[in-house]
Design a protein around this ligand. Sequence first.
Ligand code: BTN
Length: 327
Amino acid sequence: MKKLTTTLINLVQLLNDGVFHSGSDLGEKLKISRNAVRKQINVLIEAGIAIESQQSKGYCLKQKLLLLDAKKIKKYFAEDNLLLGDLDIYRSVDSTNDVLKTKLIKDSRLMHVCLAEEQTAGKGRLGRQWVSPFGANIYLSLLHHYSKDISELSGLSLIVGLSIINALVNYGIKTGLQIKWPNDILYEGKKLAGILIEIQAESHSTTRIIIGIGLNVNLITTKEIDQPWTSVATILGGYHDRNKIISCLLTQLDRDIALFTEHGLSHFKIEWQKYDYLQNVAINVVHGKQVFPGIAQGINDHGHLLLKQSDGRLTAHSSGDASIKKS
Ligand code: BTN
């Protein structure tokens, strides 16, 4: 687990003008030695960032890069009544979800956030891997203390998906976003974001819930993702400051988790219908070794997927992987 330092953030900021900077110039500005500059540059190179280095001219970033920055994230918040607790930013972790699992919490009313520039063992749903290259995307986990009955948890996982959609709409992706039950965020059928919720039982009446969100932002090409995928940069063009998108996400999540705690899933049902990718579509729900074919009919009050089977019966599915049948 490596923390992201202010020196590295400032170094990248200095290099972001696209011109060469000498080691001594950078060292002077950052108040560190030339040797220390070289070490920081090596950190970036080892993380896969393209940096041109010429003995006579110094260093130059080949592509724009803005690192995560807690000050910027807080500056962009739309509201100041956000229930934000700790905001920890790491340069590299195995998984931001796992980091939060060991975190000791002082105030359980607040949401505690963990972000990383890179995950070396990013986890997806159903034991899959989540591709998490350095500096490209958002890898965010949020620790929430949940006091409702655990049976309502599937509802929470759905509203997190709706929160991400609303945050992205506010950010500027006005059309094309949909949610595939339980919580895949798609843009024109391609995966843009995913959610992994993990539960840690507590001795009291509350449960620690870790909400992990992976959102592709500036990634344009990779051979590592084995399904149709997209990113904010592919959709909107240009380079995107992740700090701004994270502020949109946290603001929306804070609002929606509070609404869910007060009103439950029923408050979000209409919105779910608006973005439901599977509505009236012939699908298979795979649960372990079992496959359930049918027509998707939205969700019930617990957030379970409703499936109309060939004999007309309606069954509810609390978990599984839904895929559209090939015609
Ligand atoms: C999915 O399979 O769709 C869920 C992907 C969840 C990825 C995020 S990235 C931040 C957090 N840390 C992880 O290891 N996974 C989640």
